[in-house]
Design a protein. Structure first.
Length: 364
């Protein structure tokens, strides 16, 4: 039996719960430990409730203000160079902040290490490429015990922050579900986002009133302003079209609205990553026709993908073409279900993960 531990700031889109259930279905032990409570309804696992970190609006705005004054750029949206890009403190204040935070966290972290036997696992996943400590103190101790370390990067962690060198140097495997990151790190493997799939997935046929939704987590990265303008304009022109902007809602509410829709517009542009993420994955599972900008490299990598390929110039025309042809929408809905079953079913993604487990365990 393998013992697997995920360490993550939060259970952002519920993936940690999906992995835990899958590992346990294979007869293995799996836990995940988070730094702070997830702001949506996903399970936070073993939550340490650590201070000086959060995903709430106040903390994000404070961080944004800091980076505006230290990076001389578009604050945290600034993409770092390097292969791989690496994190370094931007100022003496930032260096001091992380040293103090490491010290402040150590009381709760070391208590958890002792009481929860955190050295007793075989494989450790560091989500976002992060240890509890910015100085990689926990991961360094694991490596001395010959434990296996896996880092998973989800996008902005590598694009705008960069890898933590002390963790990157000792990681046995690195994964990502963001295609552009493969071009930013020499030792990175692509792994599709996992989702639990039932054997009876189906879509609802498009009715006379066509419902379109857009569900951005960050308007800047998703190109939302242009998407919203186009959708609202078409909805005003056509009484048989309804547009739903999904923001600042619980995940339960998001799913409820998506289930009522026919088309999801994920993103235009690629500043927030290429192609698609969990927003589209869960929408495909629900049987929606999904639209997103799929650049040339994505088209080559995701051969046979189910997306209506859009950009800033063709979004209006592409939407109108779908609205005129409900049967075409239904064809894309079926393609969505076929794709998510083949590429994102946790059993299929899990097989790939365990093949890689075998590779690093056999090295021992």
């Amino acid at each position: 039996m393998l013992k697997i531990l995920y360490v993550s700031p939060e259970n952002t889109v519920g993936t940690l719960s999906t992995w835990k259930k899958y590992h346990e279905s294979r007869g293995n032990k799996c836990d995940f430990i988070t730094f702070y409570k997830t702001p949506n309804e996903f399970d936070s696992g073993i939550c340490l409730n650590l201070p000086l970190i959060s995903s709430d609006k106040f903390y994000r705005n404070l961080r944004s203000l800091y980076y505006k004054n230290t990076k001389n750029s578009k604050d945290e949206y600034s993409v770092k160079s390097g292969y791989p890009p690496t994190w370094e403190a931007n100022s003496f204040f930032e260096k001091l902040f992380f040293e103090f935070r490491d010290f402040a966290w150590s009381f709760k972290v070391e208590k958890a290490v002792r009481n929860l036997n955190l050295f007793d696992y075989d494989i450790y996943h560091f989500e976002w490429g992060l240890d509890f400590y910015r100085n990689a103190n926990f991961a360094s101790r694991l490596k001395k015990l010959n434990k296996k370390i896996i880092c998973t990067y989800h996008g902005q962690d590598m694009r705008t922050r960069g890898v933590i060198k002390d963790i990157d140097n000792i990681s046995d495997l690195n994964f990502t579900s963001e295609l552009d990151l493969l071009y930013k790190h020499p030792n990175l493997k692509y792994m599709f986002l996992p989702i639990s799939i039932s054997s009876t997935l189906s879509y609802k046929k498009t009715k006379q009133k066509i419902k379109i939704c857009h569900s951005p987590t960050d308007r800047y990265y998703k190109g939302s302003n242009h998407i919203i303008d186009i959708c609202e304009k078409i909805a005003l022109e056509k009484p048989d079209v309804e547009f739903k902007l999904i923001e600042n809602m619980s995940h339960h509410e998001v799913i409820k609205i998506k289930k009522s829709c026919d088309i999801l517009i994920d993103q235009i542009g690629d500043s927030g990553g290429w192609g698609y993420g969990m927003n589209s994955v869960e929408s495909m599972k629900l049987g929606l026709c999904c639209m997103s900008e799929i650049n040339t490299k994505c088209n080559q990598f995701f051969r046979g993908h189910p997306f209506v390929n859009i950009n800033k110039d063709n979004l209006d025309l592409s939407l109108r073409k779908l609205i005129k042809n409900p049967l075409l929408i239904d064809q894309y809905k079926q393609k969505s279900i076929d794709w998510v079953k083949k590429r994102h079913c946790v059993e299929n993604v899990g097989k790939f993960l365990y093949e890689n487990y075998n590779g690093i365990l056999n090295e021992s």
